[in-house]
Structures are given as C-alpha cells and as structure tokens.
Design a protein around this ligand. Sequence first.
Ligand SMILES: [Zn+2]
Length: 475
Amino acid sequence: MSTVPREVATAVAAAHDDFADARSELDTLVRIPSISGDPDHVADVDASAAAVADLLRASGLEDVRELRVDGGHPYVVGEWCHAPGAPTVLLYAHHDVQPPGYVDRWTSDPFEPREADGRLFGRGTADDKAGAVAHAAAVRAWLRTAGELPCNVKVMIEGEEEIGSPTLAPFLQAHAAELQSDVLLLADAGNWAVGTPGLTYSLRGLCGVDVRVRATDGPLHSGMAGGAVPDPVLALAGMLASLIDEYGDAAFDGCWDDYEAPGDAERARIAALPQHVDALRRAWGVRDGVTLAGDPAVSLFERLWFRPVVTVIGIDGHPIAGSSNQIVAQAAARVSVRVGRGQDPARLNDALARHLRARVPLGLEIEVTTLDAVPAWHCDPTGWAFDAAERALVAGFGVAPVCMGVGGTIPFVGPFADAFGGIPALLLGPADPGSRIHGEDESLHLGDFRSLIASEAHLLHEIGLHELAQSAGVR
Ligand SMILES: [Zn+2]
C-alpha cells in the first residue's frame, strides 16, 4: 500500500483539529427536539432543518436548500460539484429523531447533551445527528485545507426517516436528477463494536398489523358477567401467543414461505465473526436468568440479521392504575414483523391477518388493519466502492471493518439505490451496540465519532481515485 498523499494527511489532521467544533455542532442539533412522528414538534423539525442547512453552508457546501414535497418534513440538500470526471458521492443522514419515550427513565434531559465516560448522551446523538455532522465535518476539513474536494459531493439530510420516509417516493421522483450520483454513503448505520467499524450490507424489512377484538358494547362487572362473557384481553393474548413457537421464533401460518436463508458461503463468513454473545447481553441489559430467543441451532447473527421476527410493540386493554373488577369491552395490539430476506412484506401482512382471524376464539369481533410494508434489502459487499470504504475505515479507525448485517430497516436504501440504476450503497455510521438508539439514554461513543469523521475524510479521497469510465458497466 502506498503512503497517504500529503493533502489527505492534511485534511484528516484538520478533521481532528476541528473535532471540538463538530462536537459543539452536534450539541446544537441535539438540543432541537426534531421528533418527526409528533405533530406538536413540526416547528422543531423545521428548526432542525434550518440548523442543518446552516451547518452545511458553513462547511463550504454550495446551493444548500430545504426541499419538501406533499407537505412532508424538510429534506436539506447541498453539493460541491467541481471535480469534473471524478465520481459523485451522495452523503445521506437524517436530522429527525424518535420521541424520547419515558423521559423519567432517562438519566438526564434527553434534549440536553451530557458527556459521561467518553460518551455523549441525548436523543439523536447516535441516530442520526452525528451522521449529519460527520458529513459536514469531512467536507469542511478538505475545503479548509486543500480548497477543493477529491470527488463530487452531494449531501441529503432527511427529516422524516423515523416515520418511515412517507414522502420519499415523490421526493425522489421530483429531485432524482439533482441527486444523481455514482455511490451512496449512508451514515445511519453503525459500528460492529466500540473501536471496530462496520460496513452494513443487509437490512431486514418491516411490516405488521393492528388487531382489535371486541366482545361487548361496553365494560361489564366481572362478578356478574364473568363465566359467561369472554375476556377480550385473554382472547387477544392467546392469539398473540400463537404467533411464535417455543423458542420465540415467528410461527404464524406462512411466515417462512418465501424466506431466503443465507447460502453456505455467507454462513461461513458469519460463523467466522467473533460471537460476542456476552458483550451483546451486557449491551442490551439482558437480565441474568433470561435465555436468548430464537432456535439455538441457528447462528445468533442469522437470527438477528436475516430471519423474520414478530414483536408486539403496543397493547391496549385497561391500565393497571384505575382498573376495577370488570371485563373490558375490547383489546388491541400492534404487531410488528421484521421482514426476512427475500420475503414479500405485503404477503406477510396478509398471512398475519389471516392467521389472527383464524384464531379468534368464541366468535369475538375482530378488526385487522395492515401497516406499511417495506422489504428487506441486501447487496453484494464487493466492488470498487466497498474496497474504497474498507481502506478508508482502516485508515480512520486503525482496524478493518466488519462486513455485517443489521436487523433494522432503512426504507430509503433500496428505492434510492434503484432510482440511480443500482449504484453501490455504503452503510456505516456513528452508532454501536451500546448506543440504545430509539431507547432511553441513547448515546454516542465520542472516540468512534472522531474516527468516523476521519474515515469520511479518507473516503472522499478514495472515491476520487476511482475512474468512472473504466468501470462503467461493471460497477
Ligand atoms: Zn436513523
């Protein structure tokens, strides 16, 4: 391997020198509660878009603007396209966040960044405001030192990722030409472990249903009617219990029909990964006596990354507080399914609805509403863009990245890569297994954040080395 050219070393050194600025920019963004799923926070999502636009402008990006379609939340885009003949990379992150959940379960205010033990705590630190700041910081490091970027850069910071990107399709239709690129870099995934970067090549999809069962017009005295009138909560509980088998694996009718299990080569690659089960248990806070779910004959990572999984994410009966001895009239649950590789999520929704309807006891009324359906995504993690990313991550972290799957869903990835003719998509990001994204006490490892920025500065150089014409057709 040749030595790092001087301008690259200078840009990376600038990224390190400016790390305190990146940190304070992140603090500013975290203080804005840009919760896209809460109508009370529309103004905050707008304020967050404006702050991101300021950040991109300050980094030296040009033509920075906010775009929205169909009343959706604002996307912030910008570009620097003065490297004729060089590839164009589209840098993606999102500036909206999940709601804080139970605020009293946070150690401190979710929207006031707090540093402890080398980590920055706060909603959106790891998911995904650090991604937006990393893009800006890498661009700025180059423009401040070399005065130019080694490749063309477009940046897109979304404002509605956490609600499933509802206006993404019309947005892409309206702006595809402006965003046309040769490679995508999404900083909305994460590292294998603290200090070890990850390159994500596989995501699960998402679908699900709301199910409601009703027995009576209104609640009844359980002493007077109990024994004759069925309890909708227990009826629903039985139906929900039938969705999984004794290991906790999905077991509803048809849930495995179109699943594509990994082949031998992929299984061998996964088996070679460090099986850090104990570290994961600690990161998740799994209580001592609790056994992990899933067929133990299937490897942990296959269970986590590729296979369909059922989760009940919400359940309505009567809260314990204020309950009395009555049979409630109705009960409801929101059932979420992580869609396995190869599976048709609309078919899974139908199968789930059919399974529940077939198991409602005692003739209770049942109502099933299907939720959004997003397929799983994966790509072949080889080729020039993956090689470039691997070299950049080795340079930034000092450790080779782990090629990994993620069990979560980023609806954006598949449609976006497809819209530009199947261009390679590189998924990395600021989170690590202990980041508790979407949970209470979300946090970012500050050392990894610094390494991510340095890696991105390297990656702009590595992408710039790629000769487009030569590889046209084989990328
Ligand atoms: Zn995210």
